[in-house]
Design a protein around this ligand. Sequence first.
Ligand SMILES: NC(=O)c1ccc[n+]([C@@H]2O[C@H](COP(=O)([O-])OP(=O)(O)OC[C@H]3O[C@@H](n4cnc5c(N)ncnc54)[C@H](O)[C@@H]3O)[C@@H](O)[C@H]2O)c1
Length: 459
Amino acid sequence: MALQAKSEPKPDYAKELIAKFKNHSAVVAVVGIGYVGLPLAVEKAKVGFPVIGLDRNKERVGMVNRGENYIRDVKDEELRKVVSEGKFRASNDFSELSKADVIIICVPTPLTIHKTPDLQYIENVTEQIAEHMRPGQLVSLESTTYPGTTEEVILPKLAATGLKVGEDFFLCHSPERVDPGNKRYTTQNTNKLVGGVTKTCTEVAAAFYGETIIKVIKCSSPAIAEMAKVFENTYRAVNIALVNEMALLCDRMGISVWEMLDAAFTKPFGIQPFYPGPGVGGHCIPVDPFYLAWKAREYDFSTRFIELAGEINLSMPYFVVQKAQRILGLYGKSLRGSKILALGVTYKADLPDLRESPALKVIQLLIKEGCQVKYYDPYVSSIEIQLQDQAGHQNNQSIRLESIHNLDSHEISNADLVLVLTGHSCVDYELVVRAASAVLDTRNASSAVNDARDKVRML
Ligand SMILES: NC(=O)c1ccc[n+]([C@@H]2O[C@H](COP(=O)([O-])OP(=O)(O)OC[C@H]3O[C@@H](n4cnc5c(N)ncnc54)[C@H](O)[C@@H]3O)[C@@H](O)[C@H]2O)c1
């Protein structure tokens, strides 16, 4: 009788990985080296992990390898240092995934034109990972998405390789919570959620993140971590919508919403400051709640707060244009033919980020109404505005506007209305108010200016 060969016991991949995390020898692949991925890659490389940034954008890959920075939250000298020391390099060769002990997914999760989740980037990356996967890897999804993505979209594709989750490979969701430009809270001191597909997955992932992040919070499943992240952004979207609605009501009642909010926020408990504006922007707030709303429909559930908040926030650019029209009317002018100088086009003050910026929508609407629009933004030298026909349809035409170079009294006084859309702190609002015929300030950026206040109208 032939003796049956004894099968080798399976290596304890979890134990092996955790040991590599402890001595920082684990190879980390960050897939998608953008706003989230690049700072993360530099953080890990700084403490000694060998890091490979994988991106299909060849320009970004080239820049990283030359030590050139393109993300504001990353310090130029830190990137240069980790690249020159050979701790961090970038590539667009996805076969390098097989070299990684940890694969972190940081690709975009946008919406389709019908405001449904567009998971093509996550799906594409997952296919690449499956193709190059080997036993003993941790895969962590950091992109923001609806609850269920890790287990319903990623897991089946990785499990189809024949490798077993929780034994041969480890999978978790660990949402990125970075607030671009925030000096106080960085990746290191922002609590990190980790939800693994199995208990071992959570333990392995928590051990990895615990090496560089002060506090890691273990969730019992990826869905908890996914839901927590979209809830956080929904919370912001809903509260911003609430103050925007208050701004609309205060406008009708002739009450200053800004003074009212300042008064309300003096309460030391039970209330948190949120401010109105010309709409919401950035990658997260206008996008993520729609991921949740879409998923909820699968359960015959309608997320009414999300829909309502979306409706109010999306209406704000239209309200700004209406208010501009009213102000011009006080001077005997109409929108058509009026010269408008928009100050600030980014979605957030003091950052060069245009994504989903409501300022672009306001400018689009003003152009549609026949205004002559100029803009000033020290962070953005030019913008592309999609044109709309009178029915409000995009007509596949766009115009390019260049920022004026100097915000001087001549440029300011030349405009019929100066419209503050982003409150960049480097702008001299004293000068703006002094030189302008009229100002519509949608950000309370001119609050410190006391002279000639009669020229200033607030949102
Ligand atoms: N920007 C933020 O403030 C922020 C904060 C928290 C969470 N997030 C989430 O993080 C994720 C990434 O956002 P981001 O702002 O870093 O996006 P980004 O657009 O700045 O960067 C994404 C990168 O992924 C690359 N990429 C796209 N498809 C790829 C593919 N198939 N393979 C490899 N690379 C690919 C792109 O070229 C780009 O460099 C999103 O889900 C977002 O919601 C963003």
